[in-house]
Design a protein around this ligand. Structure first.
Ligand SMILES: C[S@@+](CC[C@H](N)C(=O)[O-])C[C@H]1O[C@@H](n2cnc3c(N)ncnc32)[C@H](O)[C@@H]1O
Length: 285
């Protein structure tokens, strides 16, 4: 992925807002957890805050990016602040359960809380992902999942015939409703009962520099829909225009097929607002 841990914490205002809200809900329960798992800690800032907030016996954070895991471990060995006690595990969670490392396999049936903030939408196969999360949750009925994730913007109406290669992918993009139904089915098919399933329309303001750094991440989300790796790679650059248009001009109407090209050319645009649909899930086994 293209996120850089050293800079991520300077602009992750929207993920932090959602994480804080979930943390308030969890803190209010005042429960002692045997095992908390954070899926996708990123730079670990939110993870350390959660580990401090919740009473727990063990806390494991799993991420698929070695530079994120290295950064989390280095932050934790910084002598200026006390270590969080979080165990960091490197694991790509887009793989099936039978390809999980021993460290992840050993956690089966033990997590009484799985927390995940702005991560699960990166993983293409939602059924396979929910199979993993369900297997990790405690089997005694006390295990719950608290997740906030992005509903990726639908590009179907943003793509014009002017870019024939992209035009050929139109049938691959999923509407928000279709994505919501996939998430719901994946939860239920893996034995999870949904307690909350809430979509919030949110705004994320970024400076020009942050936007330029962030556009590859927004584009990367579409490899969950354009699943043929070679095809995705060949389309990455061309996706910038429809992706930027979809997030900055959400009501459509007047599509701007050159949205990203125009933004890059106009240095007077100092910041942008991304319009994002965030799905918050609470479910239990
Ligand atoms: C946007 S960051 C979120 C960080 C943090 N949870 C937050 O809310 O600020 C997404 C994280 O998900 C991780 N991630 C993405 N795909 C993954 C996968 N297939 N397996 C494991 N981690 C993944 C990335 O490496 C990254 O650290």
């Amino acid at each position: 992925m293209d996120l850089v841990p050293e800079t991520y914490q300077t602009f992750n205002h929207l993920p932090r807002q959602f994480a804080d809200s979930t943390m308030r809900t969890l803190a209010a329960k005042n429960r002692l957890y045997n095992l908390v798992i954070d899926i996708g800690p990123g730079d670990g800032g939110i993870t350390r805050k959660l580990a401090k907030l919740l009473r727990h016996r063990r806390f494991v954070a799993i991420d698929g990016d070695p530079k994120m895991i290295d950064y989390c471990r280095r932050q934790d060995s910084d002598l200026l602040s006390p270590p969080s006690g979080v165990e960091y595990v490197l694991q790509d969670l887009s793989l099936p359960w039978n390809q999980m490392s021993e460290s992840v396999g050993q956690l089966a049936g033990q997590a009484d809380l799985i927390f995940s903030n702005f991560v699960l939408h990166f993983i293409p196969d939602k059924h396979q992902l929910l199979d993993i999360l369900s297997r990790l949750l405690a089997t005694d009925g006390g295990g719950s999942l608290h997740a906030n994730l992005l509903i990726v913007a639908d590009l179907t109406d943003r793509i014009t015939t002017a870019v024939p290669l992209l035009d050929g992918t139109k049938h691959l993009y999923l509407s928000a409703d279709k994505q919501l139904s996939i998430w719901r089915q994946a939860l239920e098919a893996n034995g999870l009962t949904i307690d909350e399933f809430r979509v919030t329309d949110s705004e994320w303001r970024l400076t020009r520099k942050e936007m330029i750094a962030f556009i590859p991440v927004l584009i990367q989300h579409y490899n969950t829909m354009i699943t043929e790796p070679k095809q995705f790679l060949s389309l990455r650059e061309q996706l910038a225009n429809p992706v930027f248009d979809a997030y900055t001009n959400p009501t459509g109407g007047h599509n701007n097929p050159d949205a990203w090209t125009k933004f890059l050319a106009d240095n007077t645009v100092a910041d942008v607002v991304l319009h994002m649909k965030i799905l918050s899930i609470i479910a239990h086994k």
